[in-house]
Design a protein around this ligand. Sequence first.
Ligand SMILES: Nc1ncnc2c1ncn2[C@@H]1O[C@H](COP(=O)(O)OP(=O)(O)OP(=O)(O)O)[C@@H](O)[C@H]1O
Length: 628
Amino acid sequence: MTTEKGSISIHTENIFPIIKKFLYSDNEIFLRELVSNAVDAVQKIKRLGSLGQFNGEVGEPLVEVSLDAAAKTITISDNGLGMTAEEIKKYINQVAFSGASEFVEKFKDAKDANEIIGKFGLGFYSAFMVSDLVEIQTLSYQDGAEPAKWTCDGSTSFEISEGSRTTRGTSIILHVNAESEEFLSEGKLQEILDKYAKFLPVPIKFGTKTTQEEDGVDEEEKPKYKSVEVDNIVNTTNPIWTKAPADLSDADYLDFYKQLYPFGEDPLFWIHLNVDYPFNLTGVLYFPKVKDDFDMQRNKIKLYSRQVFITDEVKDIVPEFLMLLHGVIDSPDIPLNVSRSFLQADSNVKKINSYITKKVADKLAELFNKDRKAYEEKWSNIGLFVKYGMISEEKFYDKGKDFALLTNTKGENFTFEEYKEKVAPVQTDKNGTVVYLYTTDTEKQDGFIQSAEKKGYDVLVMNTPIDSHFVSSLEQKLEKTQLKRVDASVANQLIEKDEVLESVLSEEQSTSVKAIFEKAIAKPNFSVEVVGLSPDDSPVTVTMDEFMRRMKDMAKMGGGMSFYGNMPDSYKVAINGNHKLVSKILASADETEQSKFAKQAVDLALLSQGMLTGAELTAFVSRSVELI
Ligand SMILES: Nc1ncnc2c1ncn2[C@@H]1O[C@H](COP(=O)(O)OP(=O)(O)OP(=O)(O)O)[C@@H](O)[C@H]1O
């Protein structure tokens, strides 16, 4: 074979500077690209063998990555189908795109190497991100093929000559450039292989490792061990998502979870995904124990394409609320290498999205129907996630309404339907609206909860970070239902009934009581009202309007309600006209005493709700001492 020199056919000066310079940030993917090419080559020879188009020995498939730090080379070798010199010219030299100048223009600002590499079939060329010189040594499986060698220094010129390979397959030898010497480290390469190659379908060898092997028995008949040097195979070639669920046990799923997240707590349950029409997708999604801090738990799903790790940013492929799940999705049909906006518009991605949503909902429904008790035990961990899903995805709400649970202060769980049935008889107001009461803090709102329960009302616990949104969405979805925080008004007024307890005070008396309290409180954001409650209810109750408070809570969560977030807090002060303290205040002739008692009663109400602090608390304490 004669040495041939030529020019790589792209019609612009040089694309390599672009690949090198603009894509520097994730240049570690060169290894992913070259190892996947090697895996492809091995799989192709196997296929040719099984199709009878290759009659030689296929042998044990193997891809080997090796490092020669002294020579500053990294070599990726395979025993795949190899290439003839002609094939090198065809597959390597003719870079697979036509409009090179358009390419340069378009991608000079590219930030994502994936984008550029996938789109133009440039996988092999990613080698130049880290190399001064790239060498191919290859021998094709074809009868009479001669070994070929190709070298290129990153300019557009290459050289093909006779190669030195004596066995079938290909070696790619990278002469690592000065800026990329970080890759000349065993630790670094192992790390990259762990990230991208962990589940590739062909064994990937990277050096050797020492393990212990049984070596007969000692005098006491105990097994003896010796150290042996074995191949360091970095991957598991058939991870569980490639197997049939019927062939897997719970232990297999849990083991795999540990492999993915060595420090994670065991997941609650999982779903095995397996579709082949209208798109191809396999995977296993795990439900973790969701902690309140859910930002920490996002981006845990790993996306693969034919077992090659692509990314753990699955934002557009997995519905937003499912970002809390963990696990693996593998799909050759997801366009991995294109831009975000394209991904969002892609119809396969949309279908994948709704498929996953449906699968997750079905799994939850199944768990709920199969073993309600076990499901309820898991509720504290999955509730947050189910609520999040119901708020953000209409379709998920429709399914979720049958298995979402409402939990009351006694720790009892109800489905939406069960709950309505439970409370409707007692908690329907005079307009026929069922009022659900809830607390966001059983400690702080204890007084209100007790008063409500005394009236025979039930109180739900809504104390997770997304509950303020969940409450609003429930109110929109459930017919003729209103949700009220238990401290939104005094117990008697939480649910408006026809029968109103009248205040024993005359209108004139009410007006003067109101004036006394207004003067005593002297705050513009407290509005005073005299109401007729039972004589054993508190003399004074301070409440915050339900609507206002909820809007403020949502503003805190960042729900675009900042207008409300900036409003000053406003409170309602309900004076129980039927309480004897109120009659006592009215009866007093001394204005200072009236004001002192009124102040004291209001402060007690604030105190019971943890709202009395600072100077006001100090003033209250000295006033109390004085009164004793
Ligand atoms: N190790 C190898 N053994 C045999 N052929 C190879 C090997 N590496 C590359 N090739 C050939 O070179 C071609 C070009 O490789 P390259 O990685 O640039 O693009 P691709 O694999 O076709 O697409 P992409 O990597 O972008 O998915 C391959 O399609 C294959 O025919």
